[in-house]
Design a protein around this ligand. Structure first.
Ligand code: IMO
Ligand code: MG
Length: 423
């Protein structure tokens, strides 16, 4: 059974925790898009692990992890992550981590350009500043540098020289930025190549052969459906296909080899960075939920914007992802609320909209229509079976299930690994 897990909101749905649990049953876990813009937190006992590029499944010693071709890799960040894991006593050998030779590399000029573009843009996206957009842009422009190129000094020289010739001129003319030095970057990246060489291989071949040998694969999506480059709230999105279909192109797996699509949602909604967010809370409630839910970015530390659950969005996401199961995360964060609202449609210029509008301009100006449900006002983190949840918590879950039209299989009721209910 090969499963894709993805986010059905704007990222940070708690995918890291879900992957940590599901990966115990899979042989291999694969990241297929995004880069170190992602931040996945897993709490085991008293130890907290934060992952940006490496699948959190690496915590299970017998499991293999893959960073697929659809991911953009900052080698410096990857090595730092490996180092951090080693400090936390997790040793990652080339047997346990495979890196796609054809994954694109984030270069220093990508990171700098990400920051400069944000500075001069009228409509800031609020990117993570990791160079994600510029790196994907180079991939599509066909001037990108791939992991395999770091192993070939002649090719790296050629590509880097070509890139710098054009980029240094742009940096100077458009941004008044000093040029990047060829030899510094060349040396630095050749070194990264040598350090990562044992991990680099043809991961599509590795994965397909594993499937032939009846191994099970878990695909770990980063970001969320509404950050998807095609279907998200463009341009306030990331630069990859974060919907589950991204797993095919981002890992080299045929769609017929994927059997299940699990979508993670928070019991409410959050968003980091700019862009429309119709169900955003008023200031007071936002502060309450943010502090209860520890809603600060795992990558940038930015406070996350918080709001009510938007079922219009999630229903659309369930369609795009072909969701077979839902995982509702962080339900316990709503424990104290007297009333809980769910957005079921939008009001726009006197009309009622039941679907996610395709025009961002519309989406920026809609008024949410809410249904209000009673809260449960009891702590639920200690509960381990669905039947023992307070009736109003079950009512909330079943209401979401009904309007989204997908069965809720997992309910997370705390940050610890065991704080989960499986139905
Ligand atoms: P995980 O995997 C939440 C957001 C950024 C910004 C937009 C574009 O932890 O769910 P980028 O740096 O990708 O060009 O930024 O996307 N963003 C995320 N928000 N969770 C993430 O990942 C995100 N990755 C990117 O805040 O609004
Ligand atoms: Mg995040």
């Amino acid at each position: 059974m090969n499963i894709v897990v993805g986010g059905a909101q704007w990222g940070d749905e708690g995918k890291g925790k879900l992957i940590d649990i599901l990966s115990q049953k899979a042989d291999i876990t694969v990241r297929y898009q995004g880069g170190n813009n992602a931040g996945h937190t897993v709490v085991v006992g008293k130890t907290q692990y934060v992952f940006h590029l490496i699948p959190s499944a690496v915590l299970h010693k017998s499991k293999t992890c893959v960073i697929g071709n659809g991911v953009v890799i900052d080698p410096q960040a990857l090595l730092a992550e490996l180092e951090q894991l080693r400090a936390q006593k997790i040793v990652v050998t080339p047997q346990r981590l495979k890196i796609a030779a054809n994954a694109h590399v984030i270069m220093p000029y990508h990171r700098v350009l990400d920051g400069l573009r944000e500075k001069v843009r009228k409509n800031r996206i609020g990117t993570t500043g990791r160079g994600i957009g510029p790196c994907y842009a180079d991939k599509v422009t066909r001037c990108g540098i791939r992991m395999v190129d770091l192993l070939n000094p002649r090719i790296l020289r050629l590509k880097l020289e070509d890139n710098l010739r054009e980029k240094n001129e742009t940096f100077r003319l458009v941004y008044g930025h000093k040029p990047f030095h060829f030899s510094e970057i060349y040396k630095e990246y050749l070194q990264y190549g040598q350090r990562l060489k044992p991990f680099i291989c043809d991961t599509a071949l590795y994965l397909n052969q594993a499937i032939d040998r009846k191994k099970t694969i878990l695909f770990e999506g980063a970001q969320g459906t509404f950050l998807d480059i095609d279907f998200g709230t463009y341009p306030y999105v990331t630069s990859s296909n974060s919907i589950c279909a991204g797993a095919c192109a981002g890992a080299g797996i045929s769609p017929v080899k994927i059997h299940k699509s699990i979508s993670a949602v928070k019991a409410y909604t959050t968003r980091v960075g700019e862009g429309p967010f119709p169900t955003e809370f008023s200031r007071e409630l936002e502060e309450e939920i943010r502090s209860k839910g520890k809603e600060f970015g795992a990558t940038t530390g930015r406070p996350r914007r918080c709001g009510w659950f938007d079922s219009v969005l999630v229903r659309y996401a369930a369609m795009l992802n072909g969701s077979t199961e839902l995982a509702i995360m962080k339900l316990d964060v709503l424990d104290d609320l007297k009333m809980i609202k769910v957005c079921t449609g939008y009001q726009y210029k006197g009309k009622t909209l039941k679907e996610f509008p395709f025009d961002l301009e519309t989406f920026c100006n809609v008024e949410p229509i809410y249904v209000t449900l009673p809260g449960w006002q009891t702590p639920i983190s200690g509960i381990r079976s669905y039947g023992k949840l307070p009736v109003n918590a079950r009512r909330y879950i079943e209401y979401l299930e009904k309007i989204i039209g997908v069965k809720v299989k997992y309910i997370s009721i705390g940050s610890r690994r065991d704080e989960i209910i499986v139905r």
